[in-house]
Ligand binder design. Structure first.
Ligand SMILES: [Zn+2]
Length: 244
């Protein structure tokens, strides 16, 4: 299989994630690289992140607020402005592909007009998390809705056809973006999700220096492995769809 690498950097891009840290995990280095070269990046975070705790007594309203603040800071660390982080607020754990969710993402695409969109691969086999699956289908359906001028319930916004879709956590990876010089920014942006240190990063807390070091190595090993698909020293891998 032919593996392509390093798309031309677009004027605007949109990354769509189910939860507040999915974008950083899956394309953080690419966001940092493109932002540093002038691309206007937007994030769409579909759910409110209210299930992101292993503490049954945690207050979910507080958690939503905390996670929004963390997401803005993580985006800033990648060069993305706070005002470009869009929270769609669907309930964590029960995201569904629906008329409403497709229309909301479609109108964001028509407003931001990105040339490139990043999102979860809805066709990834054996994935358990229902939000990631739903987010993938919402993303591809919204891309199609956004390009159609007569899409029935959004005719007030001008239609927009994007050039490239990069699916992450992909079933078949055929495109790699080099992460060289932008690996540290990815790690820092993930660590900015401080409420998730234990649940997603296996770090006991901010003082668990061994845990942080282990996590840093894990990200670095992952980038090395994905980069090797395209004979790069490091990279993030995607399924590229460019006939949209
Ligand atoms: Zn997630």
């Amino acid at each position: 299989m032919k593996i392509t690498r390093d798309l031309p950097i677009p004027k605007a891009a949109l990354a769509i994630g189910a939860h507040p840290d999915d974008i950083e995990f899956n394309c953080g280095s690419t966001v940092a690289k493109w932002s540093s070269k002038g691309c206007e990046f937007h994030f769409a975070i579909l759910t409110d992140g209210s299930m992101g705790s292993w503490e049954p007594t945690d207050d979910s309203d507080n958690l939503i607020e905390t996670r929004q603040a963390e997401a803005r800071r993580a985006a800033n660390l990648l060069g993305v402005e706070s005002s470009n982080v869009h929270f769609l607020g669907f309930k964590d754990g029960s995201l569904e592909k629906s008329r409403e969710s497709i229309a909301r993402v479609c109108s964001l695409i028509r407003t931001v007009k990105p040339q490139t969109i990043f999102g979860h691969d809805p066709w990834k086999m054996y994935r358990l998390h229902p939000d990631h699956r739903a987010a993938g289908f919402i993303t591809v359906d919204a891309i199609v809705a956004a390009r159609e001028p007569l899409y029935s319930y959004l005719q007030t916004l001008e239609h927009h056809r994007c050039d490239n879709l990069l699916l992450y956590e992909a079933q078949i990876e055929d495109h790699v973006e080099s992460s060289k010089d932008f690996e540290e920014q990815k790690v820092e942006s993930l660590l900015a999700h401080a409420s998730q240190l234990l649940t997603t990063m296996n770090i006991a807390g901010p003082n668990d220096l061994d845990g942080i070091e282990r996590f840093r190595r894990w990200i670095s090993d992952n980038l090395t492995e994905k980069g090797s698909l395209a004979t790069l020293s490091g990279g993030e891998a995607f399924k590229l769809i460019n006939q949209i």
